[in-house]
Design a protein around this ligand. Structure first.
Ligand SMILES: Cc1cc2nc3c(=O)[nH]c(=O)nc-3n(C[C@H](O)[C@H](O)[C@H](O)COP(=O)(O)OP(=O)(O)OC[C@H]3O[C@@H](n4cnc5c(N)ncnc54)[C@H](O)[C@@H]3O)c2cc1C
Length: 400
């Protein structure tokens, strides 16, 4: 490593903070510029599968993750209207044995907090809040970022981890709006103590239905149930972790669904009801220009239907830091990084889109042809249900 690496990261989300920790671990000095004036209690549940857990453990956060996480016992698919189970496949110890790390459910705010605390405690990381990166240019090998407070800073390399509406992406490749997917996500947190004991099993459960699906799982060590309700709707195109929703409207969207879903909604803390229009983008053919690159939702935003957006950002972070630490030149490192990441992240983006079609089956014929074979596999050869996930959960970028 001949070039001194002072790296600037735009965005202190899950991806940006993980990248900061991974770069600092490889002896780089990192400045993280975050638009928000403070890092707070934002978001709801996230599933962190083994492929994400490997990286967080390697960054020394295994114990913290265990403290904030909930380990689901199974992955379950149910029909949303009748409540009938199609299959229930073990996670927990079985997933750990298969993939070498735990499958966790976490509250996004908890994961974000442990990352931010680790970053703040790291002498190689300078976390600066309340300013945005507004533009990036590279001249004679030096990258200059302009900031919203009127100042600018120079660095050897810059990483745009600034989310789906990335300003860094726009600086590199021009304006290009994300695509509304026609899906809206309702989000809700339900105190577990408000629920009958066995209403929601300790599973990652997807409930399928006509033009929508819901997902339920425990977070915060089992204190809260996270509810995500997806509906196909064209009339709401506002996104963000802070767009409040109306519980009555949510109930209306799921009017024909089974009583478990309604009991859950009725027991929720209404202040946690958010309504989020889901956008994505097509895979981006090139992620980097010279000494500037992108990471996470900035380059591969996806529907949350594979529960892998944050995990892909976490994987990106590790691979990017590894390549930066190996190469003499950041530009070469970024080319190597994107070559290692593009195919996999594009495949997950497409798989997430395909799940919209798979989960949103209302008619009996569609349900029978889609879920019948899954039900049968669960009866005769349950391992067949794991195989489609091996390429995702089975990857360990820290060993590559
Ligand atoms: C309903 C829903 C459910 C989901 N469930 C899962 C799941 O179960 N598992 C999973 O792995 N993923 C899940 N995801 C996806 C996951 O939340 C995202 O993929 C992930 O948070 C992306 O992280 P990121 O760091 O790339 O971007 P972000 O989290 O968007 O962070 C970007 C950061 O950059 C900051 N910023 C923006 N612009 C600028 C700027 N110009 N300058 C400086 N800072 C800036 C923002 O304030 C923010 O802090 C879900 C998403 C949704 C919507």
């Amino acid at each position: 490593m001949s070039e001194p690496k002072n790296v600037v990261i735009a965005g202190a989300g899950i991806g940006g903070l993980t990248a900061a920790l991974a770069c600092a671990k490889k002896n780089m000095t990192v400045t993280v510029i975050e638009r928000a004036a403070q890092l707070g209690e934002v978001g709801a549940g996230l599933q962190i599968a083994a492929n994400g857990t490997h990286v967080l453990e390697k960054l020394g956060l295994g114990k913290e993750l265990e403290n904030i996480g909930f380990r689901p016992e199974a992955a379950t698919l149910r029909l949303g209207q009748s409540g009938r189970t199609i299959f229930s496949n073990p996670l927990g110890d079985a997933a750990r044995e298969r993939y070498g790390a735990w499958y966790y459910h976490v509250h996004r705010a908890d994961l974000h907090r442990i990352l931010a605390e680790a970053a703040s405690a790291n002498p190689n990381i300078d976390l600066q809040l309340g300013k945005a990166v507004t533009g990036v240019v590279e001249n004679a090998g030096v990258v200059t970022a302009t900031l919203s407070d009127g100042t600018s800073m120079t660095c050897a390399a810059l990483i745009g981890a600034d989310g789906i509406h990335s300003s860094v992406r726009e600086s590199l490749f021009g304006k290009d709006a994300p695509r509304f997917t026609g899906n809206v996500a309702w989000r809700l947190l339900v105190p577990a103590e408000n629920l009958p004991a066995d209403l929601i099993p300790p599973h990652a459960t997807v409930w399928t239905g006509p033009k929508g699906h819901t997902v339920t799982y425990y977070v915060r060590g089992g204190e809260l149930v996270n509810f995500v309700g997806i509906v196909e709707r064209e009339d709401w195109q506002v996104e963000g972790w802070l767009e409040s929703g109306d519980v009555k409207e949510l109930k209306q969207d799921f009017a024909s669904w089974c009583s478990t879903i309604h009991q859950l909604i009725d027991a929720a803390d209404e202040t946690t009801c958010f309504k989020w229009a889901l956008f994505d983008r097509d895979p981006l053919p090139v992620w980097s220009k010279g000494r500037v690159t992108l990471l996470g939702d900035a380059c591969h935003p996806m529907l949350p239907f594979m529960a892998q957006g944050a995990c892909m950002a976490i994987e990106d972070a590790w691979v990017l830091a590894t390549e930066l630490s190996k190469a003499d030149d950041s530009a070469q490192a970024f080319l190597a990084y994107e070559e290692l990441r593009k195919k996999r992240t594009a495949r997950v983006q497409m798989a997430a889109r395909a799940n919209a079609r798979r989960f949103h089956k209302g008619r009996p014929a569609g349900q029978l042809t889609t879920y019948g074979p899954m039900w049968l596999a669960a009866q005769v050869k349950p391992d067949l249900l794991n195989k489609p996930f091996d390429w995702i959960y089975g990857a360990n970028v820290t060993k590559a």
